[in-house]
Design a protein around this ligand. Structure first.
Ligand SMILES: NC(=O)c1ccc[n+]([C@@H]2O[C@H](COP(=O)([O-])OP(=O)(O)OC[C@H]3O[C@@H](n4cnc5c(N)ncnc54)[C@H](OP(=O)(O)O)[C@@H]3O)[C@@H](O)[C@H]2O)c1
Length: 247
């Protein structure tokens, strides 16, 4: 049976790879982001690759409650949702000792990484299929080893997801986190990755190379699958062993 999925940030990077994977498996996927042209181009390319109109687009800034309300009304008008992937996020903040700049950096990191996921999830919860609904949120290795406002915001997703997992378990809905390590082939890194930074990052990875969006998408697809019905409240690290360190 065709499942319906919503992937935030599905136009680029890891979200795009998740969309390719789910659409390739036969799911119908709504991708959400702020840039309509990016979403439409991705949908067209994936639909042409799978030979069916499985990917549709919806534009919204997920930090804005009004836009999220309208988005979910639009999505729910076509039926229930089986899978929600909260993938939208990023690291816009720069470290600073100035308190005003620091307050802005933390606020922005939480808006981009926490508020986006919380608003979309809370609005979609009434429309999730029960039992069988799946919520997967994309955190980061930064949540586990620290990295200023970005790491703090991603760590907040973990606490939120654990509470949600408990709340929704009696209804047969699972809630999990995927925490990727270094995945350079996305817009996340496009403006700041130097060859030196890339080499430093790879030097920390026991498996000796960067990850790919597709490898992260495979973990997300598993947690989103019907087979993962007894897995909830988990944090799946996909990072080439980075947290272990090199032996
Ligand atoms: N790449 C890595 O190394 C890495 C590592 C660990 C975790 N992550 C996490 O993985 C997730 C995906 O990132 P990525 O690496 O694939 O980078 P990306 O290509 O920059 O993807 C981020 C996506 O989120 C969307 N987005 C951002 N803010 C939004 C908002 N307010 N409303 C709606 N959509 C929004 C963006 O689209 P628009 O700009 O069009 O809105 C974009 O498609 C993020 O949560 C990131 O923190 C990445």
């Amino acid at each position: 049976m065709t499942r319906r999925a919503v992937v935030s940030g599905g136009g680029t990077g890891i979200g795009r790879a998740v969309t390719e994977r789910l659409a390739g498996d036969g799911d119908s996927v709504v991708i959400v982001g702020r840039r309509d042209a990016v979403l439409k181009a991705t949908a067209e390319e994936i639909n042409s690759a799978v030979g069916a109109e499985r990917v549709t687009t919806a534009t919204a800034d997920l930090t804005d409650p009004r836009e999220v309300r309208e988005l979910v009304e639009h999505i729910a008008a076509s039926g229930g949702i089986d899978v929600l992937v909260n993938n939208a996020g990023g690291n816009p903040a720069r470290a600073s000792n100035d308190l005003t700049a620091l307050a802005e950096a933390y606020t922005e990191a939480f808006r981009l990484n926490v508020i986006t996921a919380v608003l979309l999830t809370e609005a979609l919860i009434p429309h999730l299929i029960r039992p069988g609904g799946r919520i997967v949120s994309v955190s980061s290795i930064a949540a586990l080893r620290g990295n200023g406002p970005y790491g703090a915001a991603k760590a907040a997703l973990h606490g939120w997801a654990m509470g949600l997992a408990q709340q929704l378990a009696p209804e047969g809905v699972t809630v999990n986190i995927v925490a990727p390590g270094f995945v350079p082939a996305t817009e996340f890194w496009s403006e700041r990755l130097t060859p030196q930074l890339q080499a430093e990052r790879i030097a920390q990875i026991p498996l000796g190379r960067a990850g790919t969006p597709r490898e992260v998408a495979a973990g997300i697809a598993h947690l989103a699958s019907p087979e993962a019905g007894w897995t909830t409240g988990q944090i799946l690290q996909i990072n080439g062993g980075t947290l272990l360190g090199r032996g």
